[in-house]
Design a protein around this ligand. Structure first.
Ligand code: PMM
Length: 285
């Protein structure tokens, strides 16, 4: 069954939950709540990757995440560390994390591959082209599926050359990273073409492309009540939860290994619905 990875951003500035869990005790409480809502794993990150975000120091990143990881691991919760820094990955695994989730797929820190190889943990290798300050401008593709496939293949080859076990690698299309809106859908619809049997993590929770997909025309009347004009409103992050749950159901039906989400309950239900459906399909055949 598809795993639900709940998100805890220990940051003052993430796009969907910015600032809510910046204190360690609030972040731990959030992780525990996600687990009791059905998250199989909790992904802890200290550095925001929202478009335009600036980098922070290693010291700041580790001060944010390590106490939270220690506490969640002590509660028996499976933890992944969301970091682009090898030193933070190592410290996080020492603190109890069992998965390294690197949005740069090892590109941002040349030491990441060898570090993950030595730690012998699962590694989420996300498709990435540039740091947050430049990522929207990197949404340039002739054929997004083929280019993401080739760029992920190159990352896998480099990781394996650094000693990472092939079976340790989970691929992630990097939804919203160097993909503003339309580039995201072909990657979801044609998952098999770039994943080719590898485990896949889908991280679309509350992202802009979901908001764009569910935008509807609304009518606005002028004060005298005579004219009506049509506006297209894209819902904000908090109003994208139902769309996120729908995405989880579809990702699970397509065989994703995991989904990375801000709220666990609806996605945990969606995963179970997809699983019941798939089981019946296989029982029939
Ligand atoms: N997205 C964000 C952060 N980390 N990690 C993976 N593997 N995949 C993602 O899509 C991903 C990620 C940005 O979203 P957030 O700021 O809400 O955490």
């Amino acid at each position: 069954m598809t795993l639900v990875m709940g998100i805890v951003n220990v940051t003052p500035d993430s796009f969907a939950d910015g600032g809510l869990y910046a204190r360690a005790d609030a972040a731990v409480a959030r992780g525990l709540a996600l687990a009791s809502d059905g998250a199989d794993l909790v992904d802890v990150g200290g550095e925001s990757t929202r478009p335009g975000a600036e980098r922070i120091s290693l010291e700041e990143e580790q001060a944010r995440v390590l106490p939270v990881i220690r506490e969640l691991a002590a509660h028996g919760i499976g933890v992944s560390i969301d970091t682009m820094n090898a030193a933070t990955a190592r410290a996080a695994v020492e603190a109890g994390a069992s998965i390294v989730n690197d949005v740069s797929g090892g590109l941002a820190d040349p030491a990441m591959g060898a570090t993950v190889a030595a730690l012998d943990v699962d590694f989420v290798c996300m498709h990435w082209r540039a740091h947050s300050t430049h990522m929207d401008a990197s949404d340039r593709y002739d054929d997004v599926v083929a280019e993401v496939r080739d760029e992920l293949d190159a990352r896998v080859a480099a990781l394996v050359a650094a000693g990472v076990g092939e079976g340790r690698i989970v691929l992630d299309p990097g939804l919203g990273f160097a993909k503003v809106t339309d580039s995201n859908w072909p990657l979801l619809a044609r998952m098999d073409e770039w994943s080719r049997g590898r485990r896949v993590l889908v991280g679309g929770s509350r992202k802009r492309f979901l908001g764009a997909a569910i935008a509807r025309a609304t009518s606005a009347s002028s004060p005298d009540g005579t004219t009506a004009s049509s506006l297209v409103e894209a819902p904000g992050p908090d109003d994208r939860e139902a769309a996120t749950i729908a995405l989880t159901a579809l990702a699970a039906a397509a065989g994703a290994w995991g989904v990375r989400v801000h709220e666990a309950r609806g996605s945990a239900d969606a995963v179970r619905v997809a699983s019941a459906w798939n089981n019946a399909a296989h029982a029939q055949g």
